[in-house]
Design a protein around this ligand. Structure first.
Ligand SMILES: Cc1ncc(COP(=O)(O)O)c(C=O)c1O
Length: 442
């Protein structure tokens, strides 16, 4: 009688992979066994150029010496310290270093272990803030269509991706959504910010009128929506959201899990757009993707609102066993040092014009219906095969991998976000490979 738990070494069956076509993968696995700087090594010994910085997180490139060393040393020195009612110096040091590079006014940091946890933390801070101020009727959360805020219940509730929502019941109540800003008709092949659509921010006024401002706690948006295919806001759009939220006493949350740590050529998206939110959600690039960690930055006004009452009482009933974990903190500190040593938080700005010109050279190739870019993020949108959405882009992904370049696809959109150490020759290779592949796609 076979035991359904029995596995043979290297059996692929037990691991139910995340956001993966499991059956397709297990028939034809794609495995990385090593990585250095801009390249992975596959299990069959090939070099694959990282066109996506892992999952938008390995901003300094792979296996960077300072980070590797910091993790090893920290594991030997202090592997773990309880996160509640105890501390260790590196978590405080990292919080300070993050505040140093953050937009002015965001002076306090809560640590998490992922972007999804950072989102939940931010939403809970927003709700609790209004409550401690005696304004607990403000319980509604406003997200945006095509927004991605991770996979936990708060995140999928404010998020706007139907496949991530439809299986999971009624989600959080009291959530509404603004429209997304993606507009192929008017904005296709825009370089940088697309010209049309700033007025979509006024949809927030409509939502405020519908529910009344006194019921709304916060609005959450990604400055540039990454996971649904690099949706870039029109000029003035985010400023308008800031103006409307401020006018109505609503907190503005920027989910900078992708746009944080240099992706747009500035330390944060808030810097790129000159708009400072009340709460900023980060993860990914904070530790160069090496150790799971996220950070939520909040304004002094929010933090200070919690600091009343008897001093022996916990001010905010929230946190994780691994909040500010010593090894993650060491990785974060070494990552921020690496960014500083190599000016990586602004390097994207220098390379952006080259990246833009290279990407837009693909205009006119078969199936390409849009190309867009900002900083070191780009997207190539393909016409879907009729009745078979995602199939064409997935074929491009598989062909690119075979040809030695890792790209990412979402729907029928190819997204590119190379590590910030990328050289022009790498950009040429990515775009050259894509150009060849696009000509061969069904
Ligand atoms: C904007 C945004 N928020 C949240 C998340 C979730 O992060 P994680 O996968 O670390 O939970 C992501 C991940 O891609 C993201 O892009």
């Amino acid at each position: 009688m076979s035991n359904s738990n029995a596995v043979v070494p290297n059996d692929l069956n037990a691991f139910w992979m995340p956001f993966t076509a499991n059956r397709q993968f297990k028939k034809s696995p794609r495995m990385f066994v090593a990585a250095k700087d801009m390249h992975y090594t596959t299990s069959d010994g090939r070099q694959v150029l990282d066109g996506t910085a892992g999952l938008w997180c390995v901003n300094a490139g792979h296996a960077r010496p300072k980070i590797v060393e910091a993790i090893a040393n920290q594991a030997a020195e202090l592997d773990y310290a309880p996160a509640f009612q105890m501390g260790h110096p590196k978590a405080f040091e990292l919080a300070n270093r993050i505040v140093d590079i953050a937009p002015k006014g965001l002076g306090h940091v809560l640590f998490t272990n992922s972007g999804s946890e950072s989102v939940e933390t931010a939403l809970k801070v927003a709700l609790a803030y209004h409550r401690v101020k005696g304004d607990g009727a403000r319980s509604r959360l406003i997200g945006r269509e095509r927004g991605y805020h991770g996979v936990n219940f708060g995140g999928i509730s404010v998020g706007g991706i139907v496949t991530n929502r439809k299986m999971f019941g009624s989600l959080l109540t009291g959530v509404d959504h603004m429209p997304h800003t993606h507009n192929l008709k008017q904005n296709a092949f825009s370089k940088g910010l697309p010209a049309h659509g700033a007025d979509l921010a006024d949809e927030l006024e409509r939502i405020v009128t519908l529910h009344d401002a006194s019921t709304i706690a916060a609005v959450i948006v990604e400055p540039v929506a990454g996971s649904t295919g690099v949706l870039i806001p029109p000029p003035g759009y985010l400023q308008r959201l800031r103006d409307i939220t401020r006018k109505h006493g609503i907190l503005l949350i920027f989910d900078e899990v992708i746009t944080g740590f240099g992706r747009l050529g500035t330390p944060f998206g808030a810097d790129y757009f000159g708009v400072t939110p009340d709460i900023m959600v980060t993860a990914k690039g904070l530790t160069n993707g090496v150790i799971p960690m996220g950070a939520v930055l909040v304004s002094a006004e929010i933090h200070d609102a919690f600091m009343g009452g008897p001093e022996h009482v916990i001010e905010f009933f929230h946190g994780y066993t691994y909040s500010g974990n010593p090894i993650a903190s060491a990785a974060g500190l070494a990552t921020l040092e690496t960014y500083k040593d190599e000016d990586l938080l602004t390097r994207g700005a220098e390379l952006a014009p080259y990246f833009e010109a290279a990407l837009h050279s693909l205009k006119g190739l078969p199936h390409v219906i849009d190309i867009r870019n900002i900083g070191l993020v780009g997207a190539i949108e393909l016409e879907p095969i009729a009745g078979q959405p995602t199939k064409r882009a997935f074929a491009a992904f598989l062909k690119a991998f075979e040809a030695g370049v890792l790209i990412r696809t979402t729907g029928d959109i190819i997204a590119l976000s190379p590590p910030l150490i990328v050289e022009k020759s790498h950009i040429d290779q990515i775009v050259g490979t894509l150009g060849d592949i696009l000509k061969t796609l069904e």
